[in-house]
Design a binder for this molecule. Structure first.
Ligand SMILES: *[C@@H]1O[C@H](CO)[C@@H](O)[C@H](O)[C@H]1NC(C)=O
Length: 480
């Protein structure tokens, strides 16, 4: 999402509104001309046999490195944004090169060009759930395994899932729920823990910016308090106008935007850029505000997009994801970024965007009372303790999303890796190799590849012993 802090690897989770200057399209994704685009006919509703209907689901197929005899299949999971073909120097494609693998990337329903319904009415969004998205993946991957097996005369092949942010969570949930389809997964910044009152995000923004020196968060706190004082003194329209919106809006919506001014760069690996700039201006409120206004422009943050009115628009637009993602957070997942609550941590966003603001926001956007029951969700997928094996959970040490992910575990079959380095944040490992990469990042990628190598060998052995689809379902049990 934009620099907005949605979960998009590109997007920020929160709002998914901010773009990461360091995860720009040219690094993670191919340009349109290079794309190998295909369409798959998918079922609209996997869970209600009385509901008929299908839709076209977009996917990419990177097959030029594949050796059908021994090459693994990578299921690259796209999420809350347009699915773009992973670049030739992205981590997943580099893994495919290393292991002679094939990468298929499936666009998530309701995002990009994969639109199952005529519009985004609240009624139609009932078909937008992670469960439906996971079932899409299962149906797609199973069909593809059958197709490849027939076409190349190879055993029924299971998959390795790869995804980052919300797709990072999907990647883990998929391995947990469909072990007969996937034998391993990489869950990069996977937000597997649904937390409605997600104050840990704001706390991490403080910890991460403090790495630049206490002046960085201090100045930001001073600035947001000053902005709040303008709003409270009755000059709200003036405050909104300073940030480029000349109409009225709800204070909380504005404050959410203010929070993203600092959360965006932290989430997307731009912490030192942001803090260096903020600390370089004179200690003068006008100059500080001016810096923030310009930084917001540079990130592509648009204040209007934070209003419930903007997100209430039901017209499909391939370039928009705010309404759909907001629906997912309001319906199932939460992750509402509230101000810091930890002892001794100054909130990095204004005080009144607490959970009740989000409850109202959901209602204003969708016209119904809808708010996530996180316990219900976590009970169904196991949150940070899924009873499964062979998942690598990576998190960037500066990423505010890491507290909704797995950074440690008692399950010896899950492997958490925290990548701790300057500007190592959301989905940092999924990018391509770059000369400026921190050694910790390079090491983490090498470690993931080593672990995958072992798991791929084990799977190939099981595949040889139990080649059929029926036995593929039981491979791990039979091998014991
Ligand atoms: C709703 O969204 C569509 C597609 O982006 C846009 O063309 C239209 O102007 C929007 N409507 C309003 C009232 O903003």
């Amino acid at each position: 999402m934009k620099l907005i802090a949605i979960a998009l690897c590109l997007l920020a989770l929160s709002s998914a509104k901010v773009w990461n200057p360091h995860m720009h399209d040219d690094k993670l994704f191919e340009t349109a001309e290079n794309s190998n685009v295909f369409w798959y006919e998918q079922r609209l509703d996997h869970f209600n046999p009385q509901k008929e209907g299908t839709f076209q689901q977009r996917y990419y197929d990177i097959d030029q490195y594949w050796d059908p005899e021994t090459g693994p299949l990578f299921l690259y999971i796209c999420g809350e944004g347009t699915c773009r073909q992973p670049a030739d120097n992205s981590f997943v494609v580099n893994l495919a090169k290393k292991f002679n693998g094939r990468v298929l990337a499936l666009e998530h329903r309701f995002y990009g060009e994969t639109q199952p319904t005529e519009d985004w009415s609240t009624e139609n969004l009932q078909f937008l759930t992670p469960d439906q998205g996971l079932a899409d993946l299962a149906q797609f991957a199973t069909d593809k395994s059958r197709e490849f097996s027939e076409q190349y005369g190879i055993p029924h092949r299971r998959w390795i899932c790869v995804g980052g942010s919300y797709p990072g969570a999907l990647s883990a949930w998929f391995r947990y729920k469909y072990p007969h389809v996937a034998f391993a997964s990489l869950s990069s910044s996977g937000v597997v823990n649904a937390i409605p009152d997600y104050h840990q995000y704001d706390e991490q923004v403080f910890f991460s910016t403090s790495k630049s020196g206490s002046l960085c968060p201090e100045r930001f706190v001073k600035a947001h308090k000053y902005i709040e004082s303008i709003v409270n003194s009755g000059n709200r329209l003036e405050a909104f106008k300073t940030f480029g919106y000349d109409k009225d809006m709800v204070d909380g919506e504005f404050y959410y935007f203010i929070g993203d001014l600092i959360a965006g760069p932290v989430q997307y690996g731009g912490r030192t850029d942001f803090c260096d700039g903020l600390m370089a201006v004179d200690d003068d409120m006008d100059q500080i505000i001016n810096y923030l206004v310009n930084f917001a422009k540079g990130m592509g943050l648009v204040l209007e997009q934070y209003t419930a009115e903007f997100t209430a628009n039901t017209t499909i637009d391939y370039d928009k994801n705010m309404r759909q993602w907001t629906y997912q957070t309001c319906a199932n997942l939460g992750y509402f970024q509230t101000p810091a609550k930890a002892e001794g941590v100054p909130p990095m966003r204004p005080a009144n965007i607490e959970v009740d603001f989000w409850e109202e926001f959901c209602e204003r956007v969708f016209g119904i009372n809808i708010f996530p029951d996180a316990d219900h969700w976590n009970a169904r997928y196991g949150a940070t303790s899924p009873a499964t094996t062979k998942i690598i959970f990576t998190n960037g040490g500066e990423d505010p999303w890491q507290h909704a992910g797995v950074t440690e575990t008692k399950n010896p079959h899950l492997i958490p890796i925290v990548i701790d380095c300057d500007n190592c944040a959301h989905c940092v490992d999924l990018g391509g190799d770059h000369p400026t990469d921190a050694p910790e990042l390079t090491e983490a990628r090498a470690r993931i590849a080593d672990i995958f190598e072992k798991w791929i060998q084990q799977e190939l052995e099981m595949e040889r012993s139990f080649p059929t689809e029926a036995k593929a379902n039981l491979r791990e049990l039979l091998s014991k």
